[in-house]
Design a protein around this ligand. Structure first.
Ligand code: ADP
Ligand code: MG
Length: 451
């Protein structure tokens, strides 16, 4: 199975996006295309020579490195102005447009290239108290599919390592010769709908019911989609009955997933359910240390500690900080001191840093705005409308205060951080639809500012 140059380039862009700050990525890399892989030279098309020269100057080494890790071998890179077949490169050379040749050494015995992200392995996963159980369960499943836990259900908030673990299972099992399929809730849903539209239900069935291991990421996407849920239910049964392993990830535990048919919920609860909690200070420091080791400039411990002290729950954001600091340090050619770190990430976290509001003030303001009381809002046995006021409090604390999920949980008396995320998401969704709510929340924010 060979990927087209554009598919390879998409994978490379996906990786680069994690390493380059958003503005740079949108300006310089987003408008590019993968055109060909010829004689071990990959040709990238750019819209104009300005972008081309900039890529050559600033990002060529990073592009080469990322391309090499995607393809599994070192490859030359040619930048070509325009997206046509034969065109002028930035250096004035000609590049042709052809189907790619896959490098030999990353194929299995059937000639199939490893379909998993090279970066997401068990080796590169930093284990801490917040993810130890999920890590062990994932490793167990990868080494002994369908012998230990089936299904394995992993849940956590965003950016805490679910996809990383699923991909790591994929790598390990694939290397041991298992037929592994990685998909996610959205892809499964789209493929299911297309199979109905184009009368290819048999292909769809075969694709999802034959793998030894099915890794299904982000099943929260199934919420409210009954037909897709039903199809996944039968897929699940088929695989489980034939002792094939199923691994599922989700942003919340099965019991709190809204709009899920009961029988699918009960299937999700058949095996083992594990969660990943937000990393504490030590875990954040360990992750930052591991990530910084890939940087060309050494990060002093003090700089890492400065980032680890920030109230950041999301590991993707931690990675973003490292990249931002690297970019700033190289632009201004400065050593990585705590001051440089703070300067580099200040705009990302400025509003959280500057916030002088306390959770108690937010709680009181919401209570007074809605003619309720702080005790009623904190009481978990109340009616739905009071519960929703608590969700508004969660939302406002997350948006306005520099507190981690576990700090918010402590304040509101929740043991489980997923309840915080659940309440937060409820308000985010409601705000998109409910104009009155939007106005009320804006008004409360204004009232808080006037305190
Ligand atoms: P999720 O799927 O839960 O939203 P991801 O698996 O996409 O999160 O993780 C977000 C980023 O953080 C990825 O780049 C991933 O490699 C990294 N990451 C998450 N957890 C860890 C960990 N324990 N060790 C190293 N990197 C991690
Ligand atoms: Mg994910």
């Amino acid at each position: 199975m060979s990927r087209t140059p554009q598919e390879i380039w998409q994978a490379v862009l996906g990786e680069l996006q994690l390493q380059i700050n958003k503005t740079n990525f949108i300006t310089w890399l987003k408008p590019t295309k993968g055109l060909s892989l010829d004689n071990n030279v990959f040709t990238v098309g750019v819209p104009n020579s300005f972008v081309g020269e900039w890529l050559e100057k600033r990002w060529i080494n990073l592009i080469k490195k990322t391309l090499a890790s995607t393809l599994g071998c070192d490859t030359g890179v040619k930048i070509q102005v325009g997206f046509g077949l034969l065109n002028t490169t930035v250096n004035g050379n000609a590049a042709s447009h052809r189907q790619i040749q896959e490098p030999e050494h990353r194929k299995d015995q059937h000639g199939v290239v490893c379909p998993f992200f090279p970066k997401y392995t068990f080796d590169s996963f930093v284990v801490s108290d917040s993810n130890r159980i999920a890590y062990s369960a994932a490793l167990g499943v990868a080494q002994n599919p369908a012998k230990t836990y089936n299904p394995l259900f992993i849940y956590s908030g965003s950016g805490l390592g679910k996809t990383h673990l699923l991909q790591a299972i994929g790598h390990t099992a694939w290397n041991s010769g298992y037929n592994v399929l990685y998909s996610n809730g959205e892809q499964f849903t789209n493929e299911f709908i297309n199979s109905l539209r184009y009368h290819t239900t048999e292909d769809f069935r075969l694709k999802y019911r034959t793998p030894d291991i099915l890794l299904m990421d982000d099943v929260q996407f199934f919420s409210g989609k009954e037909q897709t849920q039903e199809t996944f239910f039968y897929t699940f049964n088929d695989l489980h009955n034939s002792s094939h392993q199923i691994v599922i990830s989700c942003d919340q535990p099965p019991k709190s997933l809204p709009h899920l048919v009961e029988r699918l919920r009960s299937r999700f609860e058949w095996g083992i359910i594990v969660d990943i909690t937000p990393p504490d200070y030590e875990a954040r420091l360990a992750i930052l240390k591991a990530k910084s080791e890939c940087c060309p400039v050494p990060f002093p411990q003090e700089a890492l500690e400065t980032i680890a002290k920030m109230p950041i729950d999301n590991i993707r954001e931690l990675e973003g900080c490292i990249n931002k600091v690297m970019a700033c340090a190289s632009i201004f050619n400065e050593p990585l001191t705590s001051e440089v770190v703070l300067k580099a990430i200040e705009d990302i976290y400025k509003h959280r840093q500057e916030s002088r509001l306390t959770p108690q003030q937010i709680l009181e303001q919401v209570a007074s705005h809605y003619d309720s009381t702080t005790q009623a809002i904190l009481n978990k046995k109340r009616d739905r409308s009071t519960t929703f006021l608590r969700y508004i409090v969660i939302y406002l604390i997350r948006e306005q205060c520099s507190l981690s999920l576990s700090n918010i949980g402590d304040f509101l008396g929740y043991k489980d951080h997923t309840s915080i995320l659940y309440g937060y998401d409820k308000v985010v969704k409601a705000l998109k639809k409910d104009e009155n709510l939007k106005q009320s929340v804006e008004k409360i924010i204004q009232e808080l500012k006037n305190l």
